[in-house]
Design a protein around this ligand. Structure first.
Ligand SMILES: NC(=O)C1=CN([C@@H]2O[C@H](COP(=O)(O)OP(=O)(O)OC[C@H]3O[C@@H](n4cnc5c(N)ncnc54)[C@H](OP(=O)(O)O)[C@@H]3O)[C@@H](O)[C@H]2O)[C@@H](O)CC1
Ligand SMILES: Nc1ncnc2c1ncn2[C@@H]1O[C@H](COP(=O)(O)OP(=O)(O)OP(=O)(O)O)[C@@H](O)[C@H]1O
Ligand SMILES: [Mg+2]
Length: 337
């Protein structure tokens, strides 16, 4: 099984526990080829269990209506990547809430996205709030930027989303905001954070007031999750480390050495859909494992597989657009064969 159960309930105990268990963890995951295939396969099966069947009995929207909060003057690619990835994974509708200036640009990338030019308006919070009851997950941050007025609106949107119990994936500049004010997300059980290297360090230092121990990734993710009230955290990197403060999963699905920008956006958009599916399926379908951990593992594995397949075709010229073209085939290969 690719899961470690934590023995103690507090950060101090976990700190002692993690080094002792790391050997077990690493043996259980993919560092040792003998164990990797079987153990990864166990988690893949849990991901397969949460995927809703395609039937003729469903109506449009049931398999996912995903909102993306992001898109500003500088960044229009990131919210597009997240939204189109959510559709390609299997969501029925995606809504991008961005600034007025960014909206026509994002619309022009794809007719498949619904784009709301509201994020910099005086009524932004109310405008997004009216959509919240119809959204299954909100992905907050891709291409959001760090403008104070915009972030102030996003604070309001986070508060309204929590009050309505909307699941949240927080990425990119959404994590910048959380690092300024961790209480915005602390203790909200339906949140998943997806920091890259920099975002993780920033958040860790803001919350734990300590530099990250770069020799102890698993312990660091576990401790940050606990300090934030057991939020699910995905630390992206050479291997993705995922924890809800109780358990640690590692995803080391083969990707490639190509590190073009936008891969994290593909991950957060995909995760938006998988979070919806996982929460709908519940823990009976995940053998008691936190459904958000299963969703996170699925999104990481999928992103890395897209990276691998795109790289096989395009090599050094691989971009995130090439990876998005692989979402369908990669999903099928990992979860439907
Ligand atoms: N096409 C688009 O529209 C895209 C838009 N995007 C959007 O951009 C916004 C900002 O996001 P972000 O990720 O660039 O910001 P941030 O957290 O400051 O990190 C950047 C700094 O971290 C460093 N660094 C990174 N990894 C590291 C490592 N492993 N180890 C060490 N250092 C590392 C690296 O430092 P450097 O090497 O440059 O010194 C880099 O300068 C956000 O809205 C996002 O969504 C992107 O989604 C891409 C596609
Ligand atoms: N060194 C690595 N080797 C293999 N895969 C990696 C490596 N670093 C990151 N990844 C994978 O790339 C994906 C995106 O992670 P990354 O750290 O690039 O996010 P990001 O910086 O937020 O991306 P973005 O440019 O979209 O903002 C994840 O699926 C992660 O597993
Ligand atoms: Mg990113």
């Amino acid at each position: 099984m690719v899961v470690l159960r934590r023995l103690g309930g507090f950060a101090t105990r976990a700190a002692l526990w993690v080094p002792a268990c790391r050997l077990v963890l690493e043996r259980a995951f993919s560092l040792h080829k003998g164990h990797s295939v079987k153990d990864m396969e166990t988690t893949f099966q849990l991901v397969r269990n949460i995927i809703p069947p395609l039937t003729t009995k469903k109506h449009k929207g049931q398999d996912g209506r995903i909102g993306i909060i992001g898109g500003c003057q500088e960044y229009t690619g990131a919210p597009y990547f997240a939204a189109i990835s959510a559709l390609k994974v299997g969501a029925d509708l995606t809504h991008v809430f961005c600034t007025k200036e960014a909206a026509p640009v994002i619309k022009s990338y794809s007719p498949e996205l619904i784009v709301h030019p509201v994020l910099d308006s005086a009524t932004a919070v109310r405008d997004v709030e009216t959509w919240l009851p119809r959204l299954h997950t909100l992905v907050v941050g891709p291409g959001l930027g760090r403008d104070d007025a915009l972030l102030q609106n996003v604070k309001g949107i986070l508060e309204k989303s929590k009050a309505k119990g909307v699941p949240l994936v927080v990425d990119a500049d959404g994590l910048w905001l959380i690092a300024q004010q961790p209480s915005l997300i602390q203790g909200y059980p339906k949140a998943v954070l997806t920091p890259n290297y920099m975002e993780f360090s920033r958040l860790y230092e803001a919350v734990l007031r300590d530099p990250v121990d770069s020799n102890d990734h698993h312990g660091a993710v576990l401790r940050l999750s606990q300090a934030l009230g057991n939020l699910t955290i995905v630390q992206k990197g050479e291997r993705d480390v995922i924890s809800d403060g109780e358990q640690v999963l590692v995803c080391s699905q083969e990707g490639s050495s190509r590190r073009c920008g936008g891969q994290g956006d593909l991950l957060s958009g995909s995760l938006g859909v998988l979070v919806h599916w996982a929460l709908l399926a519940g823990s009976e379908k995940t053998n008691g494992l936190n459904p958000l951990l299963v969703a996170a593992f699925g999104a990481c594995a999928l992103t890395r597989q897209c990276n691998k397949q795109a790289f096989q075709k395009s090599g050094r010229s691989t971009t995130t657009t090439d990876m998005i073209a692989e979402v369908g085939p990669a999903f099928k290969k990992l979860f439907e064969t």
